[in-house]
Design a binder for this molecule. Structure first.
Ligand code: GLN
Length: 303
């Protein structure tokens, strides 16, 4: 079997299994197997595959046919030009989230004086924190996640992309862990007045988050690649999908510098509801940005 025949056969099989962009997926997996850039396959269409290569490809295509995401099979994905390792403990980085990282580093690059500080709330693979760190060598980032397995992955990604020294990883559920981290008494609510004797809460120039934003009841309707392989912890935004925005609207406030900004990703059709949640908590919504498919996707707000 030649490279071209293998691609065609694999693409037909994947299409029957309901995989979107089946030809692209077949090419990506074969390129991964042969350890060559996908475009190089086109120069090798007539190459005859060895039996061992055909067997290995069959395994990869079978996994993809069972709707395992291509990024889980190849082990990584590209995010803002960086290679990010993925596994089942964190959401596979999405192209639309690149826009959040980009808005973040553009804002920080215009800040004076440096260093600037950033909180990434729910860091997952670490992709946003790592992309910002890579673009802003003066940024000091705190990356928070509830899942210790996700943080382990984020740490590995930071090391791989040589920005580990810029990022502090913190495990915990929400803002209380930040208060504890800086020595505030346990149980201190984030809304407690800042400036207890000898204690000051860390305040960031920028807080970014791509929180879980799918309504719990909608999770079962998602594509199998998302529903069965992304951790529900990274998807489930509660009854209406907006639980984390309510939390962020209140919880971020004591941790943001007076002139700082919050930048949040959200899902289709959620813009108006999130704007209301924020303005009800006295935030000024500065911008709602569309992603590359022209859907409102990122919100920028200040105090
Ligand atoms: N963007 C993801 C999706 O559409 C959801 C990510 C999230 O909940 N933050 O599947």
């Amino acid at each position: 079997m030649t490279v071209l025949e293998a691609i065609q056969k694999s693409a037909d099989f994947l299409a029957k299994k309901g995989v979107a962009s089946s030809r692209l997926n077949a090419e990506l997996l074969l390129a991964h197997l042969l350890q060559m850039p996908r475009m190089k396959l086109y120069l090798n269409f007539d190459r005859v595959l060895a039996v061992a290569e055909i067997d290995a490809l069959r395994e990869l295509i079978k996994r993809r046919g069972q709707r395992e995401p291509v990024q889980h099979i190849t082990g990584s994905t590209s995010f803002c030009g960086l290679e990010i390792i993925v596994n089942r403990h964190a959401l596979v980085p999405r192209p639309e989230t690149e826009l959040l990282a980009e808005l973040g580093w553009q804002y920080l690059s215009a800040q004076n004086p440096t260093p600037v500080t950033v909180l990434d709330f729910g860091t997952g693979t670490g992709c946003i924190a790592i992309a910002i760190a890579a673009k802003c060598p003066d940024a000091r980032i705190t990356a928070l996640d509830l899942s210790s397995e996700a943080l382990e992955l984020a740490r590995e990604n930071a090391l791989k992309n040589r920005v580990a020294q810029q990022i502090e990883f913190l495990q915990g559920d929400g803002f209380a862990v930040l208060a504890e981290w800086c020595g505030c008494p346990q149980g201190l609510e984030p809304s407690s007045p800042n400036g207890l004797p000898g204690i000051s809460l860390p305040q960031f120039d920028l807080i970014v988050s791509n929180p879980p934003y799918i309504a719990s009841s909608e999770i079962s309707t998602l594509e199998p690649e998302v529903r069965d392989f992304d951790p529900s912890l990274a998807l489930d935004g509660g009854v209406d999908g907006l639980g984390f925005y309510r939390r962020l609207a209140v919880g971020t406030r004591p941790f943001l510098k007076p002139a700082g900004k919050i930048m949040l990703e959200f899902g289709d059709g959620q813009a108006e509801a999130i704007k209301k949640i924020l303005t009800d908590e006295n935030w000024i919504v500065e911008a709602v940005r569309e992603d590359y498919s022209h859907r409102a996707r990122i919100l920028v707000a200040r105090r």
